[in-house]
Design a protein around this ligand. Structure first.
Ligand code: UDP
Length: 271
């Protein structure tokens, strides 16, 4: 069954990629609505005992790297186009939206989102599953989040891999754990394509690709200090800490150039 991709919020296109105009509060409310809906459906269904969702809602956090990856990766483009929610991640996305005349409230990132969601999950009793990252990291991240948000219901943790050979094992674990919400930390574009390709079989109401968020929570990687993030320079900090990222980040100046070109083309000639 395919998801009715009803949209109750505004969205914009940045270089052909949809970005939904939502802040963290709206994102949490949307996720909350999906989980409530899924629980109601499961309760009504005769097959409720299987805890299978009719479909899984997919959340992607779209940053400039995502938008540039889309240009050479049709499967990723397809996953983002089909996603139920594409949040604005990355200062470059906020800047591009501003040029298009849309002021987005804030970056809605996976690294912050995992905290807000777990806080809400602890309050509402959402069962959360942590899938991905290097062996042992998901467990450490879950333990840290339970410490921060006491009562957080951890449905399970597993490193696994996005390779198809791992799918039967992952499906078995998820089916046994029947989470409401699934965090997937395989990095983009793999995590988002993986969720999209399995969205009709995943036994979870909502699945979110969170990149390196488990590493940050577990303390094996460090985020930029708050003041650098406020200045929009988190990308620079990441580049300094993980210089091997330069190849990926080389796409960012091109992103800026393409956004500027699109902006110039849209302006009336006599302006
Ligand atoms: N990862 C994984 N399996 C893979 C590839 C990556 O578990 O086959 C994990 C990796 O350990 C890290 C995360 O995916 O925790 C990628 O983090 P990154 O910050 O690079 O994410 P991105 O910025 O690409 O979204």
């Amino acid at each position: 069954m395919s998801s009715p991709r009803e949209q109750e919020w505004a969205s914009i296109q940045i270089l052909g990629v949809r970005v939904d105009c939502v802040d963290f509060q709206q994102t949490l409310d949307i996720i909350s609505g999906w989980i409530a809906q899924s629980r109601t459906q499961a309760g009504e269904s005769e097959n409720a005992v299987s805890h299978a969702s009719p479909f899984t809602r997919q959340v992607c956090t779209v940053n400039p790297e995502f938008i540039m990856t889309v240009r050479r990766h049709p499967a990723f483009a397809e996953a983002l186009a089909a996603a139920d929610l594409c949040t604005p991640d990355g200062v470059g996305v906020l800047w591009a939206a501003r040029l298009a005349g849309v002021r987005l409230a804030e970056r809605v990132t996976g690294s912050d989102g995992i905290h807000f969601i777990c806080e809400r999950a602890a309050a509402q009793g959402w069962r959360v599953f942590f899938l991905g990252a290097a062996p042992g990291i998901a467990e450490r991240a879950a333990a840290e989040l339970v410490r921060l948000y006491p009562g957080l219901p951890v449905a399970g943790t597993y490193a696994g891999s996005p390779s198809e050979t791992d799918w039967p094992q992952i499906r078995q674990r998820l089916t046994a754990a029947h989470p409401d919400l699934l965090f997937v930390a395989y990095g983009h574009p793999r995590q988002d394509i993986w969720i999209h390709q399995h969205s009709e079989e995943l036994p979870a109401a909502v699945a979110l690709g969170v990149g390196g968020a488990f590493d940050f929570v577990a303390g094996t990687a460090h985020r930029a200090p708050f003041w650098l993030r406020r200045l929009g320079l988190e990308w620079l900090y990441r580049l300094a800490r993980q210089p091997w990222r330069w190849r990926r980040m080389a796409a960012l100046p091109l992103f800026a150039l393409l956004v500027l070109l699109a902006w110039v083309r849209r302006r009336p000639v006599n302006e």
